[in-house]
Design a protein around this ligand. Structure first.
Ligand code: ZN
Length: 339
C-alpha cells in the first residue's frame, strides 16, 4: 500500500524537529491514535500539498504534547517527499507529478492516483465520523472552509476553524468531493503559508477537533457560519502568462500588483483596479462557472486597460505564485450579491 501505517504514538520518534520527523516517516503516512472514547473515530488529513506546512507543524506540536484525543484519530500526512524537497516546504508536488488534490477520482493509474485511491479506500473501510483536510491558501489571506455540502454538520466542523464556508458544485478531483460519499468532509484553508496567524489558526482548530467530545452538529445550535456558493475560477487562457509587479509587463496577459493578496480580505468594490490587462485585454482570460458557462463579462470590465469588477466581488485564493496562477487559477471570486 502506498501509505505507511504507524499504530500508536509510542511508535513515533518525536524528540527531534519537524524536518527530522518527516524524514523518518519518509513517505505518505497514516498515524493511528487511540482516543479516550474507543467507540468512535475521526480522520484528519494534511500536507496533500508539499508547500503548505501549517497543518504538519500544528500536528507535530499536538503529537509532541502527548495529549489523548477525545476519540480514536487517524491522521494522514500525504506529500512528505514533496515537502522535503529542498528548500523545505517549497514544492506543491514533485516535478512531473500530478497535483495530489486533483487525483481523487479515476483513473488511479499513476503514483499519485494510487496514493489517492489508498486514502479513499482507507476512509471507506475505517468509517470515521468526519474528515478534515487542512491546507494553506495559495496566497496570503484569511482562513475559510470549503465543502460540497453546507448542512449543520459541515457548518459545525467549519466553525472549529473559521466562520466562512465556500460551498462548491465544481468537481476537480479533490479529496473532499469523493470522501463525502462516506463521511462529512470539510477542507480548511487556514491562511497563507507565510502568514503568522496560519499556524495559530491551524493549532487552535486542531485542538478543538481532536479534543472535543462533540464536533458534529448539536441539535438547535447555530454555528454562525457564512456560506458562499459556487465561486468562479479566474484563469488565464492557454499559453498566456501573468506577471507580478507594479509596472506593466507588455508581454504578459495580465500584470497583478505584488501585494495582490490584499484582495483576499473583505470585498473589492465595483471599478477597483485589480490588474493591468495586456494587449489582448479581457480576451486573455476565462472565468467559467461550475456549469461551464463563460461568466467573465458578467462580472468584469476592461476600464482603461485595467481589469475591474462590474459590481462588488469577494475574492479568494488570490495568489502571487505564477506557477499556481498558470497551472491552477489566478483566483476565485463570487458576486457579493449572491452570498
Ligand atoms: Zn492545498
Amino acid at each position: 500500500m502506498p501509505l505507511k501505517v504507524i499504530e500508536g504514538i509510542r511508535s513515533l520518534a518525536l524528540e527531534e524537529d519537524l524536518t527530522r520527523f518527516l524524514q523518518r516517516l519518509g513517505g505518505p503516512t497514516l498515524i493511528r491514535l487511540q482516543g479516550r472514547d474507543r467507540s468512535r473515530r475521526r480522520a484528519f488529513c494534511t500536507l496533500l500539498h508539499g508547500n503548505e506546512p501549517s497543518g504538519a507543524r500544528a500536528l507535530y506540536a499536538y503529537l509532541r504534547s502527548g495529549e489523548t484525543p477525545a476519540v480514536d484519530l487517524d491522521v494522514i500526512i500525504a506529500s512528505i517527499p514533496a515537502a522535503l524537497a529542498p528548500p523545505m516546504f517549497s514544492q506543491r508536488m514533485l516535478p512531473g507529478q500530478r497535483d495530489l488534490n486533483r487525483c481523487f477520482r479515476p483513473p488511479f493509474d499513476d503514483d499519485q492516483g494510487k496514493l489517492a485511491e489508498a486514502i479513499l479506500r482507507f476512509l471507506h473501510d475505517s468509517k470515521p465520523e468526519c474528515l478534515i483536510d487542512l491546507h494553506n491558501t495559495s496566497g496570503s489571506g484569511p482562513a475559510f472552509g470549503v465543502a460540497i455540502r453546507c448542512d449543520a454538520d459541515h457548518r459545525a466542523l467549519t466553525s472549529l476553524w473559521t466562520n466562512d464556508l465556500i460551498v462548491t458544485d465544481l468537481r476537480l478531483g479533490a479529496l473532499m468531493e469523493i470522501s463525502e460519499l462516506d463521511v462529512p468532509t470539510v477542507t480548511i484553508e487556514c491562511g497563507g503559508a507565510q502568514d503568522e496567524t496560519s499556524l495559530l489558526i491551524a493549532r487552535e482548530g486542531m485542538q478543538r477537533y481532536f479534543g472535543s467530545e462533540q464536533v458534529l452538529a448539536a441539535a438547535g445550535r447555530d454555528y454562525g457560519v457564512n456560506r458562499f456558493r459556487n465561486p468562479i475560477r479566474m484563469e488565464l487562457k492557454p499559453g498566456r502568462r501573468v506577471h507580478y509587479g507594479d509596472a506593466a509587463d507588455p508581454d504578459a496577459a495580465l500584470t497583478l500588483p505584488l501585494d495582490a493578496a490584499r484582495f483576499n480580505y473583505g470585498s473589492v468594490p465595483a471599478g477597483e483596479r485589480l490588474a493591468i490587462l495586456g494587449a489582448a485585454g479581457l480576451e486573455a482570460l476565462t472565468a467559467k462557472d461550475h456549469l461551464g458557462r463563460e461568466r467573465l463579462h458578467d462580472h468584469f470590465a476592461d476600464i482603461n486597460g485595467r481589469l475591474s469588477p462590474k459590481h462588488p466581488l469577494k475574492l479568494f485564493m488570490v495568489t502571487t505564485n505564477p506557477i499556481i496562477a498558470t497551472t491552477d487559477c489566478l483566483f476565485y471570486f463570487i458576486d457579493c450579491a449572491n452570498t
